[in-house]
Design a protein around this ligand. Structure first.
Ligand SMILES: [Zn+2]
Length: 251
């Protein structure tokens, strides 16, 4: 169902409920409306709920036992270590790169592409979109696209929203730019730096067809420390290879 139709249905239902509530002063109708607002909020906050628009949330249809390793927030100095591991293991991954960090490390961004990996957009400033209007989201994505072109990168066809949160404006704007929205299946909270062994252990929960989320940057931070993620990556890949997983990108 097209996004515009879904939005219209939601508004018509809310309007009808308001009319009923106004006419009959029925508390359960108000309760229903509150539930609906909560549902919409849950949709905004949950990266795997995609009522607003279609999203890539797994790679089950790609190949038997396929998994996808993805990185957010780069490029950073740590991206080089990660690229070296991926090269040694002969694996392609997907990097959702941040406009602000492309401007800082354009050569690393180009290296990602030159080594055959897939890149996607992660916004420019890493600001959460779910409480932002169309104007802000459009400007942030304009800046991100400008950063892609300044660095000589191909225009992105994928997007993962910062923190995975969204609203109808973000989805609408992504669709207008022909960006496929991507979520993930397993996050291992490497962003919180729990130690490389904990990261590798948590990553074992990835099932065939799922998308793993790791971080090679930390939002728009100037000097992120992703030493643990870089150190955990060879262990993670070894475990997946032992289990016979194949590796695909989200392109
Ligand atoms: Zn991020």
């Amino acid at each position: 169902m097209p996004l515009g139709v879904k939005i219209k249905i939601v508004f018509v239902v809310i309007f009808a409920l308001l009319l009923i509530a106004g006419s009959f002063k029925m508390h359960f109708v108000l309760g229903l409306m509150v539930a609906m607002v909560l549902l919409i909020y849950a949709e905004m906050r949950n990266q795997n709920w995609n009522f607003f628009g279609p999203a890539i949330s797994n790679v089950k249809d790609r190949a038997l036992n396929a998994v996808a390793i993805t990185f957010d927030d780069g490029p950073s100095e740590w991206t080089r270590d990660i690229l070296l591991t991926l090269k040694n293991e002969n694996i392609k991954a997907t990097f959702f790169i941040l406009g602000a960090n492309i401007d800082r490390h354009p050569e690393i961004a180009r290296q990602i592409v030159n080594e055959g990996h897939t890149i996607g957009c992660h916004g420019y400033s890493h600001t959460k979109y779910h409480l932002k209007g169309l104007k802000f989201i459009r400007e942030d994505l304009d800046q991100a696209f400008d950063a892609f072109s300044r660095a000589g990168l191909p225009a992105p066809s994928l997007i993962r929203f910062p923190h995975g949160v969204k609203n109808i404006f973000a989805v609408k704007e992504a669709m207008r730019r022909n960006l496929k929205i991507c979520s993930w299946g397993l996050g291992v909270w490497d962003s919180k730096m729990p130690g490389e062994d904990v990261i590798a252990e948590r990553a074992k929960a990835l099932k065939p067809g799922e998308i793993l989320l790791l971080h090679d940057g930390k939002g728009a931070d100037l000097q992120p420390d992703r030493s643990q993620t870089a150190a955990a990556l060879p262990k993670i890949i070894r475990d997946y290879k032992n289990r016979g997983y194949g590796f695909v990108t989200l392109s």
